[in-house]
Design a protein around this ligand. Sequence first.
Ligand code: CAO
Length: 534
Amino acid sequence: MSTQIIKVPDIGGDDVEVIEICVAVGDVVAEEDSLIVLESDKASMEVPSPAAGKVVSIAVSLGDNVSEGSAVLELAVEGEVVEEPAVETEATAPTPEPVAEPEPKSEQPQAGASGKETIVVPDVGGASDVDVIEVCVAVGDEIAEGDSLVVLETDKASMEVPAPKAGKVLALLMNVGDKASEGSAILELEVQGAPAPVSKATVIEEPVESPAKSDPSAAAAAIAPAAEAPVKASGEVYAGPAVRKLARQLGVDLAKVTGTGPKARVSKDDLHNFVKQALNKQESVSATGAGIPAIPEVDFSKFGDIDIQPLTKMGKLTAANMQRSWLNVPHVTQFDEADITDLEDFRKSLKPEAERRGVKITPLPFMLKASALALKAYPKFNTSLTADGESLVYKNYFHVGMAVDTPAGLVVPVIRDVDKKSIWELAEEAAELAAKAKDRKLKPNEMQGGCFTVSSLGGIGGTGFTPIVNAPEVGIMGVSKMAIKPVWDGKDFAPRKMLPLSVSYDHRVINGADAGKFFTYLVSLLSDVRLLAL
Ligand code: CAO
């Protein structure tokens, strides 16, 4: 490990102000990381690190004026000291010389009596066919001298072309994606007073990613007389081209970023902080739901002994899915009771056959079958809203999911074509899928494609509950525990086996009357087992 003093390279002028210090003592920097940003009255430029290393001390302060050769900082680097730091020689300078002597290369302005002037691309370091990556103004804009007009990008550098004078944009002659060379017309400007004989523009250049150190065209920049204004992006945002490029790559609107530099100049740090904050905000929104206030953190250990156990992956997934459905779907739940006395008698009568087949017949396959038949009779329940909320997808298949409680969490395997399967087949498949779910052996496709869900807590207990719709399905049935109740038959109270049921539905798709009809039909199927067999 040895130390190296990093100095200011040739910056095309003396006494340039340090407007940003991008590193702190102790920071580990990579080669090409920006160390400081300098700003003259003509351009802003970043001084990148010529080598990877650790910042030992910083020799400049904000507001200092520096010149070529001024010490910037001391860097501890691995191995030999680089005798001549890359930043000190033109051939290897990673920071292109931003401003050169005027050499008005722009076309003679198309001056007319009206004061119109065509602004053209100046010499861009000898490069031609440079990509136009941003057009910063629009027709009708009143622009000030120094406002950025377009941003050009080669594989070596991005460059802003600021307005050489104030005026009103009459016509845009360049679009994003165009190729530009010296002399290409950018726009037509209406200027105050007589137009100047020569349209002067300055290119402000910053390196893109890793400039080819030995390529002079990367270092040679611009070129015509400078605009007086500092680098100033559209929307009154001060930011260097490198920051603007990063903002474009990240899709950040610079106008929304608070700049902490002089004149509220936006630095890369400001941009990083903005993105970090935006991500944090989004994470907390998805954790708490649609921007509603978060549930405050509580230290439960203050109240007694506690034991914190992390959620399983499936538990987290279930929580996220439940919350998504709950927040997206306006739920309504209706309740009813099915008289399943006959169904239960029928089910009991199947017991010998069930034993012979090695299948356990519970009420569940009847619930599945009744659901599929009701979906067929009331197709609105067999739909999903398209993601844009513009259409309903009607499904001509009847796949029904069943909620299965497993030690790892809730899963919903899906039985396909329930309408076409017999009670035996459904009983077998339900048992098989439930066993697979409990052994965590379900394949993803066995949990996809459901049209409706049956959630049965009948084997556990309860008199009713409000299940959450398994979006993008639009309905779900909750089955509670059957109980023998006295039911008035017109003459007497008779003991009947009553099954409490609930149906929750997406009220964006289904209205109460639709749901009432669907549910009444479903209950009638369960109350008269012969209908199920039809
Ligand atoms: N009323 C009264 N008894 C019922 C019943 C009901 N509605 N439903 C089932 N039973 C009985 C069964 O007949 C069985 O009785 P026997 O043991 O005497 O034969 C017993 O309850 C246990 O049934 P089961 O739960 O083993 O079988 P199932 O077919 O009813 O259910 C399954 C299978 C996988 C759905 C279930 O095990 C399960 O996981 N349920 C939980 C679903 C859940 O968590 N839902 C909530 C999701 S959050 O909305």
